[in-house]
Ligand binder design. Structure first.
Ligand code: NCN
Ligand code: DMD
Length: 336
């Protein structure tokens, strides 16, 4: 499918024109939830999740059988500033590992019955160092948004957006500060594990990036401070919305990309849930900024869509209970 935008302004209009949930289905799913053989509310957040999922799918008794995990990889010019515990070559090496089936996300995708696609985004052409120039031109950010958009299979019934990119917690922190406000030190964490000096360098780098660029517009923040994998995740999240496919967001970098959409158009993430709370220090602040409560909190800080892939199991459980359970009338159970 051809992406319906060729400029950032057209992408913004795509967000504005996106479909909402089916309100009749939401009401029907809510009604069904009230009749299932359990005390009211006893399945906790699983009940809200199932109703939310039904609404987006337009089916009061939906199935969840075709989840798609998307991994986008990008390289970052800002790595020249010494902001990661690992060298940039690891990005392309991990892409090879994904393709060979050897990464954590390969095992988790398989465990939860998801297809997995990997997109390496111009890894031999890192983004510009955002302390010196905009990370991407408009053409480059649009190209990455389109790659993400086209990666979504309209036949899938759930999308997980993940990433790989040495240096991208620095870009994500800068994007988060630009779109949600606050100072560099509020958003910078240790990523893959930088030491105290590395942490200070990251804070300084993010502060300089914020001072250099005009990032009042969230889509300009994505272009000037982000990376190709962040833009591709944003494009995939927007495409999923266009196709009424729910999304599970992953960790800190994915959430920063998602925050761009929410700030570009309020409600743009209504079809998304937060899969987990990352161990990256500022992830809680970021989730607060997009008003999402994580489904899991397991101390993960891997990326690759790993936390979101684990949450596929939670969502599958919610949908299975909602669609498969008997009602009080069907089971002949006395309804309190
Ligand atoms: O998802 C997260 O919350 C997360 C937190 C810390 C690190 N990562 C991963 O680690 C890489 C970025 O870390 P860094 O230190 O190179 O900025 C990138 O490949 C991410 O997928 C991911
Ligand atoms: C080995 C390694 C694997 C990763 N997966 C996602 N980010 C990563 C960063 C590193 C360093």
């Amino acid at each position: 499918m051809t992406a319906p935008f060729a400029t950032l302004d057209e992408f913004r209009r795509t967000l504005e024109d996106a479909p909402g949930p089916d309100m009749e289905t939401l009401a029907a799913a809510n009604d069904r939830n009230g009749q299932l053989t359990k005390p009211p509310g006893a399945l906790g957040r699983l009940e809200d999740l199932a109703i939310w999922y039904a609404g987006w799918r337009g089916q009061a008794q939906p199935q969840l059988t075709a989840p798609q995990v998307l991994i986008f990889a990008g390289n970052h010019g800002v790595c020249a500033q010494g902001v990661s515990a690992f060298p940039s070559e690891v990005t392309v090496q991990m892409v090879a590992n994904f393709k060979a089936g050897g990464a954590a996300i390969n095992q988790l995708s398989k465990a939860f019955g998801a297809t997995m696609n990997v997109y390496a985004l111009d890894l031999d052409m890192p983004t510009q160092d955002f302390t010196a120039a905009p990370a991407m031109s408009e053409a480059e950010v649009i190209q990455a948004l389109i790659t993400g958009w086209n990666a979504v299979d309209p036949a899938s019934d759930l999308v997980v957006t993940g990433e790989m990119g040495i240096g991208n917690t620095t870009s994500a922190a800068a994007v988060a500060a630009a779109v949600l406000g606050g100072a560099a030190e509020d958003w910078v964490g240790r990523g893959t594990g930088v030491d105290d000096a590395g942490l200070q360098r990251k804070i300084d780098v993010v502060a300089r990036g914020l001072a250099l660029h005009d990032v009042a517009d969230p889509l300009q923040a994505l272009r000037c401070l982000g990376g190709r994998e962040l833009a591709a995740m944003a494009g995939a999240i927007a495409a999923a919305r266009h196709h009424s496919i729910p999304v599970i967001l992953d960790g800190f970098i994915c959430s920063a990309a998602a925050a761009v959409l929410e700030k570009a158009h309020a409600g743009a993430l209504d079809h998304c849930v937060a899969g987990h709370l990352s161990a990256e220090g500022a992830h809680q602040r970021l989730l607060d900024g997009i008003e999402k409560a994580p489904l899991l909190s397991l101390g993960l800080r891997l990326g690759e869509g790993s936390g979101a892939a684990l949450a596929i199991g939670v969502l599958k459980g919610a949908v299975a209970c909602h669609s498969g359970m008997a009602t009080f009338a069907e089971a002949g159970v006395a309804d309190g």
